[in-house]
Design a protein around this ligand. Structure first.
Ligand code: ZN
Length: 268
């Protein structure tokens, strides 16, 4: 829960619910791929004591067991072992809360995101939105640093993009600022193109009209000027490619239209 006036400057002082979504992608060869994992109730355990408790107080999170990723996948007969690949947009707790549910998956992230998450001291991790207890113990052994290991291409507006599976099916695009080394992903289904931008913008209006969040949120942001550059890229991309569906993780206006409870991969 947050104030709309925090999400976009000049927004009304009404409460808006920020849903924390994750994406599932069916790849012809790689099988099921996740983009982030959403919250899990591990968040409560990890924020029971100070200083992490401050994180919980500021975000006012409600997590229902049946909404957790593992429960949702189970309801669709998808086992955790079926997930072999997880692309991490950034290491905030609402995006990586479910990582520990997938012990076999290869994780994809950027060097700067990975280094910050793994090297930051416990006592100040929460100031960057990171709860180290959410990271799998063996994260070092099964993480691919895409900006070091993947082939890169140039996009006219977004700049560099990384071909995650080396088959031009799915590109990671650096969108840093909100968090260190944050990425979005570009992909196309048989029907249309999508750009999942994670938290490069919280609401549609933000990238459409270049409206920044209230500066009050700077506390949790990694780098404000990088954030502005990333938001401008999303804005420009939308101007040039209006047919590509841009999906900010927390924008209900966008995601409510796309979420289908049956995991109908052919619908999108
Ligand atoms: Zn975030």
């Amino acid at each position: 829960m947050a104030n709309k006036s925090d999400a976009i400057k000049g927004g009304l002082k009404q409460k808006v619910i920020f849903k924390s979504l994750w994406g599932i992608i069916k790849h012809p060869d790689k099988g099921l791929i996740l983009f982030d994992t959403g919250y899990t109730d591990r968040f409560y355990k990890e924020t029971k004591f100070y200083p992490n408790k401050i994180y919980a107080k500021l975000t006012q999170v409600t997590i229902k067991k049946e909404d957790e990723i593992k429960s949702q996948l189970n309801r669709h007969s998808i086992r955790v072992e079926d997930i072999q690949h997880i692309i991490i947009s950034h290491f905030h707790a609402d995006h990586i809360g479910g990582l520990r549910d997938f012990p076999n998956a290869i994780l994809y992230t950027t060097k700067s995101a990975f280094e910050q998450a793994t090297k930051i001291q416990n006592y100040r991790a929460f100031t960057k939105g990171i709860l180290k207890g959410l990271l799998p113990d063996d994260i070092e052994n099964r993480t691919v640093l895409i900006d070091e290991q993947s082939t890169s291409f140039q996009n006219d507006i977004l700049g560099i993009k990384y071909d995650i599976f080396e088959d031009q099916s799915l590109y990671a695009v650096p969108l840093p600022g909100h968090a260190a080394g944050q990425i979005g992903i570009l992909l196309a289904t048989e029907k249309r193109s999508y750009f999942l931008i994670a938290d490069a913008a919280w609401l549609k209006k933000s990238y459409e009209d270049m409206i920044l969040p209230n500066p009050i949120v700077k506390f949790f942001f990694h780098n404000w000027s990088d954030f502005k550059v990333s938001l401008k890229k999303v804005h420009d991309f939308h101007q040039k490619y209006p047919d590509t569906i841009i999906i900010p993780t927390h924008c209900s206006e966008t995601t409510d239209l796309l979420v289908n409870k049956d995991f109908d991969f052919n619908a999108l």
